[in-house]
Design a protein around this ligand. Structure first.
Ligand SMILES: Cc1cc2nc3c(=O)[nH]c(=O)nc-3n(C[C@H](O)[C@H](O)[C@H](O)COP(=O)(O)O)c2cc1C
Ligand code: SF4
Length: 491
């Protein structure tokens, strides 16, 4: 993963922990209603949130497994205000072990997941599911294979090589060229496919499946949301963030000429149409919000001004919550090795998404709070109170409480800190914050995610491996869920 050149090493700074009285009286542990005026029927018991994290535990065909149930049960035991279930594919297409919700056959498993979380949290935790669409992406090819099989030979290549060459000769000539020479013959996209692997874009209007996205996606998202409602979820989070389809519509790189690209007003059109289709399908008594980016963090990418504008439009449309992430783009990602796929969290934008402990002078904690605060103010200026959820390096009570007290956000999300200790919420509420296993922001978990390996935390995955009945990850060395909270004596 990319690291800021300053390479300053930060220790976690959880600060002071409150006693139980202070915790119970805090804003963090006070309830909040969702909705544009915070008046929806959906109330959260506290302003804490476990954002979506893919743990790679679904079956190869996208079903909920017993490992998925164990994973979310463990989070639910800590009783956060809400858990957002990992990015789940809305199409009925093979997507590897990514969870799916693109057909009614997925409902039974998802329903079991809802029951598991309800039971483990005593009904105290709201459960949402993140709905994702993504475009085709291929692994970085072996150059020989690329020139033999993938590259479509065109007149452009023939004339650049200056002759009446047949296809086989062109392929042979290209195979023998250096990268510099190739740059003079291949188009930018062809060079990119060679160097990084082929990747579709929302601007590929020559591809029918891309051209038709505005027709297809509202129905696909609405169908997925209907299934989520049937399975018993409290709501859905539309994934409009990071490197995926909907974020690409919002990005300034979206220059589609069909009324869905160009100026901000047009880039936000499909995200709004998707929301409207979803709302029409599920009604008002089911939470519908989205996750989007406060900034894209690459040259020419979406800015905070864009995000303020989108937030106002989403609030005005009636979204129930707006969850803010940052970065996580393909545009600045590192070149993958041959045979691997490009991973959107390997460049600077990836660092901003999941800031690690080696940082610049700003440090890894709360880098998204300033932008979130601006976005929340813009929503307020437009007359809405849509709850804003902020994530990024939050691990201490004082830090979380200050965000809420200062009105920088309405709900605080802890991703890696919840992974390090799913009992963070219960411990802090009980005045036992000193028992929290504090995240060190090493990004070991994120490294596992990159390799599509079952995600665990280095602070607990080798602990008590001889405990009876514990499940181990595929390679047999790591426990799959955090050990139970063994309360220390005393108060
Ligand atoms: C293993 C892992 C998987 C993640 N998967 C998702 C995901 O499915 N959807 C999403 O929006 N963000 C995902 N994220 C990003 C987190 O939700 C969160 O925004 C990020 O980790 C920053 O918050 P933190 O500093 O509290 O960890 C993932 C993060 C990690 C570490
Ligand atoms: S592996 Fe554990 S300690 Fe390291 S960043 Fe992930 S959650 Fe935090």
């Amino acid at each position: 993963m990319w690291k800021p050149p300053e390479k300053i090493r930060f220790e976690p700074q959880p600060g002071r922990w409150p006693d139980s009285g202070e915790a119970q009286a805090s804003r963090l542990f006070s309830p909040i209603r969702l909705g544009p005026q915070q008046a929806s029927t959906i109330e959260m018991a506290s302003r804490s949130w476990v954002p979506a994290m893919v743990p790679w535990r679904a079956s190869e065909d996208g079903f909920v497994t017993s490992d998925v149930l164990d994973w979310y049960r463990r989070f639910a035991e800590g009783r956060p205000g809400a858990i957002v279930v990992e990015a789940t594919g809305i199409r009925d297409i093979p997507s590897g072990p990514l969870m799916r919700i693109g057909d009614d056959r997925f409902i039974a498993g998802l329903s079991e997941l809802v029951d598991t979380v309800r039971e483990a949290s005593g009904g105290k935790t709201r459960l949402f599911i993140q709905l994702i669409d993504f475009l085709a992406i291929r692994r970085r090819p072996d150059p020989q294979v690329y020139f033999d099989r993938y590259l479509e030979i065109t007149e452009r290549h023939r004339s650049a090589l200056g002759g009446e060459l047949d296809e086989a000769e062109i392929r042979a000539r290209l195979k023998a060229m250096s990268e510099d020479e190739l740059a003079g013959v291949l188009s930018r996209r062809e060079m990119e496919s060679l160097r990084l692997g082929y990747r579709e874009r929302v601007t590929d209007m020559d591809l029918p499946q891309i051209r038709d996205l505005p027709e297809q996606l509202p129905g696909l998202f609405a169908g997925a949301a209907r299934r989520a409602k049937r399975a018993g979820f409290d709501g859905v989070e539309l994934h409009y963030a990071h490197a995926y389809t909907m974020a690409s519509f919002l990005s300034p790189l979206n220059t589609r000429p069909d009324g869905y690209g160009g100026q901000r007003e047009k880039r936000v059109r499909l995200p709004l149409e998707v929301f409207e289709a979803v709302r029409a399908e599920v009604g008002e008594d089911f939470a519908v919000g989205c996750r989007f980016l406060s900034e894209e963090i690459f040259e020419g990418g979406g800015t905070i001004e864009d995000a303020c504008y989108f937030a106002q439009r989403f609030a005005e449309a009636g979204m129930d919550f707006l969850s803010l992430s940052r970065g996580g783009k393909f545009e600045d990602a590192k070149q993958p090795s041959i045979g691997a796929a490009i991973y959107p969290y390997t460049g600077r934008s990836g660092y901003e998404c999941m800031p690690g402990h080696i940082s610049d002078e700003k440090g890894p904690f709360g880098r998204n709070i300033g932008p979130a605060s601006r976005i929340r103010a813009a929503i307020g200026k437009a007359g809405f109170k849509t709850p804003v959820v902020v994530a990024g390096g939050v691990h201490g009570f004082d830090q979380a409480e200050a965000i809420l007290q200062k009105g920088e956000a309405d709900i605080v999300a802890l991703a890696r800190q919840s992974l390090a200790d799913p009992d963070w919420f219960a411990k802090v509420r009980a005045g036992r914050g000193r028992e929290v296993r504090v995240c060190e922001y090493t990004n070991y978990c994120e490294g596992l995610d990159q390799k599509h390996k079952q995600v665990t935390c280095q602070l607990w995955d080798r602990l008590d491996l001889d405990e009876p009945g514990i499940k181990l990850a595929a390679e047999g060395k790591r426990r799959m869920v955090a050990p139970a909270w063994k309360r220390s004596g005393g108060d």
